[in-house]
Design a protein around this ligand. Structure first.
Ligand SMILES: [Mn+2]
Length: 330
């Protein structure tokens, strides 16, 4: 037994064995959240390398950054709005709740879910492995491949490295285990750190639509000061998560960006690492606001989101009110 095998995999050995058994039923589909980010896409690429009879699918679209990354993996094909019935097994990666799949079809009962966001009971499947201690889904897939002793090719290692780098925010949210995994993958990748950084750097094309969204978001920005903290809020119809990052760059300690799409609301949020270190967990905050507003909320301590039916203006007000209460206590 490999002594480096993740503790979490060992602790959940029973469920992992069941998942491995279920994966034998082919053909299968690897399903990603809509607007699939880099971590989701590289996780799918690595997963597919070990399970070639699985296709990769997404409802709606993958993110623009992921599209750029796929230039490095021209052989990868992504199915758009795949017909679920065609597949015997469905594996959902990097997706914390069903609504994030962006689809209306009913999911089969025995789907497999592999995730690293906040654990919840919305999936209704027994084959749910969620390791919240991981800063990327890429690490979960890496550990799983190691566990089944699948030989990881350099190109797959590169994909996973890019995923870890992206989801840890260039290691800002990395744990010691992320570094262990990163180091081992770097060795397997037979390439340099510089090259990995370059790949991720090249995927950052701020296309004009994104830059226009940022500038509009800046125009509509409002903020308030709570003790020594700055809370900034804006509204856009797209690129909310990206705008949230811009708010942080501008100096906000907390950023919320909301979008209203017909009856649907979507809110992205971020808080500074200082607030995370002080014990604030934005994912948990969104989860509790979600319960109150009958939306689905969740995510990481520092970056999280919420969506559902409702009025975004009202929901943003609730977010600001709740975070203000927290900040006043600090
Ligand atoms: Mn992820």
């Amino acid at each position: 037994m490999n002594f480096l095998i993740s503790e979490s995999i060992m602790k959940n050995n029973e469920i992992i064995q069941k998942i491995i058994e279920r994966l034998k039923q082919k053909p299968g589909l690897i399903l990603l959240h809509h607007n699939a980010d880099i971590d989701a896409v590289v996780s799918a690429i690595a997963f597919q390398s070990a399970f070639p009879e699985y296709r990769i699918g997404v409802f709606q679209k993958i993110s623009n950054l992921s599209k750029d990354l796929l230039n490095y993996f021209p052989e990868i094909e992504i199915l758009h709005s795949p017909e679920l019935k065609r597949f015997k097994t469905i594996v959902i990666l990097d997706t914390s709740t069903p609504i994030l799949l962006g689809m209306s079809d009913d999911l089969p009962k025995d789907i497999i879910v592999l995730d690293h966001h906040m654990k919840n009971d919305l999936w209704g499947t027994e084959l749910y492995y969620c390791d919240e201690s991981k800063t990327s889904c890429a690490e979960i897939i890496f550990e799983l491949l190691e566990f089944i002793e699948f030989p990881i090719e350099p190109k797959i290692a590169i994909a996973l490295l890019v995923g870890i780098l992206a989801d840890t925010g260039h290691f800002k949210y990395a744990t010691s285990q992320s570094f262990v995994n990163f180091g081992r993958l770097l060795e397997l990748s037979k390439t340099s750190m510089g090259n990995i950084l370059k790949i991720l750097e090249n995927t950052k094309t701020p296309e004009i639509s994104r830059r226009i969204a940022h500038l509009k978001g800046a125009q509509r920005l409002i903020f308030r000061q709570v003790n020594k903290y700055l809370v900034a809020v804006s509204r856009l119809s797209s690129f909310e998560a990206s705008m949230c990052r811009q708010l942080m760059i501008l100096g906000a300690d907390v950023g919320f960006v909301g979008a209203q799409r017909n009856k649907q609301l979507q809110i992205s949020g971020r808080i500074s690492t200082e607030l995370v270190d002080a014990g604030v967990h934005l994912g948990k905050l969104f989860q509790s606001i979600g319960v109150e507003l009958t939306c689905e909320g969740g995510g990481h301590p520092g970056a999280a989101g919420m969506n559902g039916i409702g009025d975004v203006e009202m929901a943003l007000n609730v977010c600001v009110k709740k975070i203000t209460e927290i900040l006043e206590e600090l």
